[in-house]
Write a protein that binds this ligand. Structure first.
Ligand SMILES: C[S@@+](CC[C@H](N)C(=O)[O-])C[C@H]1O[C@@H](n2cnc3c(N)ncnc32)[C@H](O)[C@@H]1O
Length: 252
């Protein structure tokens, strides 16, 4: 288990990543603005609304501090957000309760400034429930959902294949599965033998997208793919700019 997601540093980074105003994240006249608001875009750009009905439900696995779960609540009557990090889930629960949460953003060295994260006022926060859980071993009674989102989770798991195996029991027939990942495989999170791609086996190059297609094919049809940039601010003058591949699958 990797505990970096329990640290002050990552909590602050993710609160800013999920809830920061554009000006708080990227206060320069230049830079990749289309990489802002990633959790919002995971829902707005990936979900196919034409496949939804009136009382849809959603599941956000690896929800972190919960913005994607709140965005799903615009489309779903109830949403469950699950993450292995107790601190992230405590923050998400606070945001559900009060609609806002103060946090310290790192500016330079140990210098910080105060920011407030806010859930958009037009989202019904009562629709969202957060809980701590491990994506390797999700509770049995999670139910079947119209939308299952796992954004930037697979390459942070010890054994992502276990979640892939469990997915058919979480998505309703006709429901949507949205996976996003920059496929940044690292031994720090995932032992090399469990990487879904980014490695060679028997002299063949293995790419994550191909592995996903073959593992999901028995139960899901590939609906579409998108490139989704995202920007994580480390401090005033240092950012991680990445491009996740979003793959949207429909359960057969
Ligand atoms: C890179 S972050 C992505 C968070 C969020 N989905 C997003 O797109 O911003 C990975 C998240 O997965 C969580 N995570 C890592 N391993 C997990 C596991 N086994 N079960 C549930 N959550 C996990 C981490 O705590 C962290 O919140």
């Amino acid at each position: 288990m990797n505990f970096i997601y329990e640290s002050d540093q990552l909590l602050s980074q993710y609160l800013l990543f999920h809830y920061g105003e554009a000006q708080d994240v990227l206060p320069f006249a230049f830079g990749p603005r289309d990489a802002l608001d990633f959790p919002l875009r995971c829902v707005r750009e990936c979900v196919d609304r034409s496949l939804l009905h009136g009382n849809a439900t959603g599941l956000d696995i690896g929800c972190a501090v919960g913005r994607g779960s709140f965005e799903l609540a615009r489309l779903c009557e109830s949403v469950t957000g699950i993450d292995v990090s107790h601190r992230f889930i405590m923050a998400a629960i606070e945001l559900k309760k009060n609609g806002r949460l103060g946090f310290d953003r790192v500016d330079e060295g140990v210098l910080k400034s105060r920011c407030i994260g806010r859930v958009p006022a037009d989202i019904d926060r009562r629709r969202v429930h957060f809980e701590v859980g491990d994506a390797h071993n999700l509770r049995e009674n999670l139910g079947l959902h119209d939308i299952v989102l796992a954004s930037n989770l697979l390459d942070r798991m010890g054994d992502p294949g276990r979640l892939i195996q469990r997915l058919p029991t979480l998505v309703k027939p006709g429901g949507q599965l949205i996976l996003t990942s920059p496929y940044t495989w690292m031994e720090e999170f995932t032992p090399h033998g469990k990487w879904l791609g980014g490695r060679e086996a028997d002299g063949e190059k293995i790419y994550t997208f191909d592995t996903l297609k073959s593992l999901l094919a028995p139960n899901f049809k590939l609906h579409r793919t998108l490139d989704l940039p995202f920007l994580i601010r480390e401090h005033t003058r240092k950012y991680q700019w990445s491009i996740a591949q979003a793959t949207v699958w429909v359960r057969g």
